[in-house]
Design a protein around this ligand. Structure first.
Ligand SMILES: Cc1cc2nc3c(=O)[nH]c(=O)nc-3n(C[C@H](O)[C@H](O)[C@H](O)COP(=O)(O)O)c2cc1C
Length: 202
Protein backbone atom coordinates (compact mmCIF):
# COMPACT_ATOMS: atom_id res chain seq x y z
CA UNK A 1 0.00 0.00 0.00
CA UNK A 2 1.33 3.45 -0.84
CA UNK A 3 -0.11 6.92 -0.30
CA UNK A 4 -1.89 8.26 2.78
CA UNK A 5 -3.18 5.69 5.31
CA UNK A 6 -6.55 4.23 4.44
CA UNK A 7 -9.43 5.18 6.74
CA UNK A 8 -11.82 2.81 8.50
CA UNK A 9 -14.94 4.51 9.88
CA UNK A 10 -16.73 2.70 12.73
CA UNK A 11 -20.29 3.85 13.28
CA UNK A 12 -21.35 2.66 16.71
CA UNK A 13 -25.06 2.46 17.55
CA UNK A 14 -24.60 1.20 21.10
CA UNK A 15 -25.45 3.66 23.88
CA UNK A 16 -23.25 1.69 26.32
CA UNK A 17 -19.53 2.43 26.50
CA UNK A 18 -17.66 -0.84 26.96
CA UNK A 19 -20.61 -2.88 25.65
CA UNK A 20 -19.97 -5.99 23.59
CA UNK A 21 -20.69 -4.11 20.35
CA UNK A 22 -18.31 -1.36 21.48
CA UNK A 23 -15.58 -3.92 22.34
CA UNK A 24 -15.92 -5.62 18.98
CA UNK A 25 -15.85 -2.34 17.05
CA UNK A 26 -12.77 -1.25 19.01
CA UNK A 27 -11.13 -4.53 17.97
CA UNK A 28 -12.05 -3.81 14.33
CA UNK A 29 -10.39 -0.37 14.67
CA UNK A 30 -7.29 -1.89 16.28
CA UNK A 31 -6.99 -4.35 13.41
CA UNK A 32 -7.29 -1.52 10.88
CA UNK A 33 -4.50 0.39 12.61
CA UNK A 34 -2.28 -2.70 12.91
CA UNK A 35 -2.60 -2.99 9.13
CA UNK A 36 -1.31 0.57 8.67
CA UNK A 37 -4.68 2.29 8.38
CA UNK A 38 -6.38 5.01 10.40
CA UNK A 39 -9.66 4.61 12.22
CA UNK A 40 -12.40 6.97 13.38
CA UNK A 41 -14.88 5.57 15.90
CA UNK A 42 -18.11 7.59 15.91
CA UNK A 43 -20.55 7.01 18.78
CA UNK A 44 -24.05 7.79 17.48
CA UNK A 45 -25.33 8.21 21.05
CA UNK A 46 -22.97 11.17 21.53
CA UNK A 47 -23.85 12.90 18.25
CA UNK A 48 -26.36 15.74 17.99
CA UNK A 49 -28.46 14.57 15.04
CA UNK A 50 -31.83 15.99 13.97
CA UNK A 51 -34.03 13.14 12.68
CA UNK A 52 -34.52 13.01 8.89
CA UNK A 53 -37.49 15.15 7.82
CA UNK A 54 -37.84 13.53 4.35
CA UNK A 55 -37.66 16.95 2.66
CA UNK A 56 -37.79 15.53 -0.89
CA UNK A 57 -35.67 15.92 -4.03
CA UNK A 58 -32.82 18.45 -4.16
CA UNK A 59 -33.61 20.75 -1.23
CA UNK A 60 -29.91 21.78 -1.16
CA UNK A 61 -26.76 21.35 -3.22
CA UNK A 62 -25.01 20.05 -0.09
CA UNK A 63 -25.84 16.89 1.80
CA UNK A 64 -28.65 18.15 3.98
CA UNK A 65 -30.57 21.30 4.84
CA UNK A 66 -29.63 20.76 8.49
CA UNK A 67 -26.12 21.31 9.82
CA UNK A 68 -25.35 19.33 12.93
CA UNK A 69 -22.96 16.49 13.82
CA UNK A 70 -23.98 14.74 10.60
CA UNK A 71 -21.59 17.08 8.78
CA UNK A 72 -18.77 15.12 10.48
CA UNK A 73 -20.38 11.80 9.60
CA UNK A 74 -20.75 12.71 5.90
CA UNK A 75 -17.11 13.83 5.72
CA UNK A 76 -15.89 10.63 7.41
CA UNK A 77 -17.98 8.33 5.19
CA UNK A 78 -16.82 10.12 2.04
CA UNK A 79 -13.17 9.73 3.06
CA UNK A 80 -13.61 6.10 4.19
CA UNK A 81 -11.91 3.13 2.61
CA UNK A 82 -13.97 0.82 4.86
CA UNK A 83 -17.10 1.24 6.98
CA UNK A 84 -17.89 -0.90 10.04
CA UNK A 85 -21.42 -0.56 11.41
CA UNK A 86 -22.10 -1.76 14.95
CA UNK A 87 -25.43 -2.08 16.71
CA UNK A 88 -27.10 -4.08 19.43
CA UNK A 89 -30.41 -5.66 18.37
CA UNK A 90 -33.35 -3.70 19.76
CA UNK A 91 -36.76 -5.16 18.90
CA UNK A 92 -35.24 -7.08 15.99
CA UNK A 93 -33.72 -3.96 14.42
CA UNK A 94 -30.79 -1.60 14.91
CA UNK A 95 -30.73 0.89 17.80
CA UNK A 96 -32.57 4.21 17.47
CA UNK A 97 -29.26 6.04 17.80
CA UNK A 98 -27.86 4.32 14.71
CA UNK A 99 -31.14 4.49 12.77
CA UNK A 100 -31.27 8.25 13.18
CA UNK A 101 -27.81 8.56 11.59
CA UNK A 102 -28.67 6.03 8.86
CA UNK A 103 -31.81 7.92 7.84
CA UNK A 104 -29.89 11.18 7.56
CA UNK A 105 -27.58 9.44 5.05
CA UNK A 106 -30.42 9.13 2.55
CA UNK A 107 -28.92 12.21 0.86
CA UNK A 108 -25.67 10.37 0.08
CA UNK A 109 -27.66 8.84 -2.81
CA UNK A 110 -30.17 11.64 -3.38
CA UNK A 111 -33.21 11.70 -5.60
CA UNK A 112 -32.57 14.18 -8.43
CA UNK A 113 -34.93 15.66 -11.01
CA UNK A 114 -34.06 14.73 -14.61
CA UNK A 115 -34.12 17.48 -17.28
CA UNK A 116 -36.48 15.38 -19.39
CA UNK A 117 -38.79 14.85 -16.44
CA UNK A 118 -38.91 12.17 -13.79
CA UNK A 119 -36.40 11.37 -11.08
CA UNK A 120 -33.48 9.08 -10.39
CA UNK A 121 -31.28 8.22 -7.42
CA UNK A 122 -27.76 9.49 -8.06
CA UNK A 123 -24.92 8.38 -5.75
CA UNK A 124 -22.54 11.18 -4.75
CA UNK A 125 -19.59 8.80 -4.82
CA UNK A 126 -18.88 5.36 -6.26
CA UNK A 127 -19.27 2.08 -4.43
CA UNK A 128 -15.64 1.31 -3.72
CA UNK A 129 -15.73 0.86 0.07
CA UNK A 130 -15.65 -2.36 2.07
CA UNK A 131 -18.40 -2.88 4.66
CA UNK A 132 -18.86 -4.89 7.86
CA UNK A 133 -21.65 -5.33 10.42
CA UNK A 134 -21.01 -6.13 14.08
CA UNK A 135 -23.94 -6.99 16.34
CA UNK A 136 -25.05 -8.60 19.60
CA UNK A 137 -28.30 -10.19 20.68
CA UNK A 138 -29.82 -13.14 22.48
CA UNK A 139 -28.98 -16.56 21.05
CA UNK A 140 -32.77 -17.22 21.00
CA UNK A 141 -33.50 -14.16 18.85
CA UNK A 142 -32.64 -12.98 15.33
CA UNK A 143 -30.43 -10.33 13.79
CA UNK A 144 -31.22 -10.90 10.11
CA UNK A 145 -33.68 -7.99 9.91
CA UNK A 146 -31.08 -5.57 11.26
CA UNK A 147 -28.48 -7.09 8.95
CA UNK A 148 -30.75 -6.50 5.96
CA UNK A 149 -31.20 -2.87 6.96
CA UNK A 150 -27.45 -2.37 7.44
CA UNK A 151 -26.63 -4.05 4.13
CA UNK A 152 -28.99 -1.67 2.35
CA UNK A 153 -27.50 1.27 4.19
CA UNK A 154 -23.94 0.26 3.29
CA UNK A 155 -24.90 0.11 -0.37
CA UNK A 156 -26.49 3.56 -0.09
CA UNK A 157 -23.27 5.07 1.26
CA UNK A 158 -20.97 3.50 -1.32
CA UNK A 159 -19.89 0.31 0.44
CA UNK A 160 -20.29 -3.42 -0.12
CA UNK A 161 -21.30 -5.56 2.87
CA UNK A 162 -18.80 -8.39 3.24
CA UNK A 163 -19.33 -9.95 6.66
CA UNK A 164 -21.43 -9.90 9.84
CA UNK A 165 -19.86 -10.70 13.19
CA UNK A 166 -22.63 -11.55 15.64
CA UNK A 167 -22.19 -12.14 19.36
CA UNK A 168 -25.09 -14.38 20.42
CA UNK A 169 -25.37 -14.77 24.16
CA UNK A 170 -27.65 -15.31 27.14
CA UNK A 171 -26.12 -13.15 29.88
CA UNK A 172 -26.95 -9.55 30.78
CA UNK A 173 -23.42 -8.40 31.51
CA UNK A 174 -22.14 -5.36 29.59
CA UNK A 175 -19.02 -6.26 27.61
CA UNK A 176 -19.37 -10.00 28.18
CA UNK A 177 -17.89 -10.62 24.73
CA UNK A 178 -14.52 -10.23 26.50
CA UNK A 179 -15.01 -13.87 27.51
CA UNK A 180 -15.08 -14.79 23.80
CA UNK A 181 -11.56 -13.95 22.60
CA UNK A 182 -12.12 -15.77 19.31
CA UNK A 183 -14.83 -13.24 18.38
CA UNK A 184 -12.58 -10.31 19.27
CA UNK A 185 -9.80 -11.90 17.20
CA UNK A 186 -12.22 -12.28 14.32
CA UNK A 187 -13.18 -8.60 14.63
CA UNK A 188 -9.50 -7.55 14.72
CA UNK A 189 -8.78 -9.75 11.70
CA UNK A 190 -11.71 -8.23 9.81
CA UNK A 191 -10.37 -4.72 10.50
CA UNK A 192 -6.98 -5.75 9.16
CA UNK A 193 -8.45 -7.37 6.07
CA UNK A 194 -10.72 -4.42 5.25
CA UNK A 195 -7.77 -2.03 5.29
CA UNK A 196 -5.52 -4.36 3.30
CA UNK A 197 -8.12 -5.03 0.58
CA UNK A 198 -7.86 -2.89 -2.52
CA UNK A 199 -10.72 -0.45 -3.16
CA UNK A 200 -13.54 -2.13 -5.05
CA UNK A 201 -13.62 -1.35 -8.77
CA UNK A 202 -15.78 1.76 -9.32
C1 LIG B 1 -34.56 -1.63 24.03
C2 LIG B 1 -33.96 -3.00 23.92
C3 LIG B 1 -34.52 -3.90 23.04
C4 LIG B 1 -33.95 -5.16 22.88
N1 LIG B 1 -34.48 -6.01 21.96
C5 LIG B 1 -33.87 -7.21 21.73
C6 LIG B 1 -34.34 -8.09 20.70
O1 LIG B 1 -35.29 -7.81 20.00
N2 LIG B 1 -33.68 -9.27 20.52
C7 LIG B 1 -32.60 -9.61 21.29
O2 LIG B 1 -32.04 -10.69 21.08
N3 LIG B 1 -32.14 -8.80 22.26
C8 LIG B 1 -32.75 -7.61 22.48
N4 LIG B 1 -32.24 -6.77 23.44
C9 LIG B 1 -31.02 -7.18 24.17
C10 LIG B 1 -29.74 -6.70 23.47
O3 LIG B 1 -29.77 -6.84 22.08
C11 LIG B 1 -28.56 -7.49 23.97
O4 LIG B 1 -28.44 -7.33 25.36
C12 LIG B 1 -27.26 -7.10 23.29
O5 LIG B 1 -26.25 -7.94 23.75
C13 LIG B 1 -26.91 -5.66 23.59
O6 LIG B 1 -25.67 -5.35 22.98
P1 LIG B 1 -24.43 -4.92 23.87
O7 LIG B 1 -24.16 -6.12 24.73
O8 LIG B 1 -23.35 -4.58 22.92
O9 LIG B 1 -24.92 -3.71 24.67
C14 LIG B 1 -32.81 -5.53 23.65
C15 LIG B 1 -32.28 -4.62 24.56
C16 LIG B 1 -32.84 -3.37 24.70
C17 LIG B 1 -32.22 -2.38 25.67
Amino acid sequence: MSGPPRLLVALNGSPVLGSSVDRMLRAVCEGAEEAGGRSVHLYCNALEVIPCQACGPEPTSGYCVFHDDMDRVYAALEAAHAIAIGSPIYFDGVSAQLKRVMDRCNCVTPLVRLPAGGYEFRPRWSRTRHGLFVTACSSRHRYDLAERSVRGFLKWVGARWEETIAYLHEDNDPGSVLARPELLDRARGAGRRLIQSAPLPA
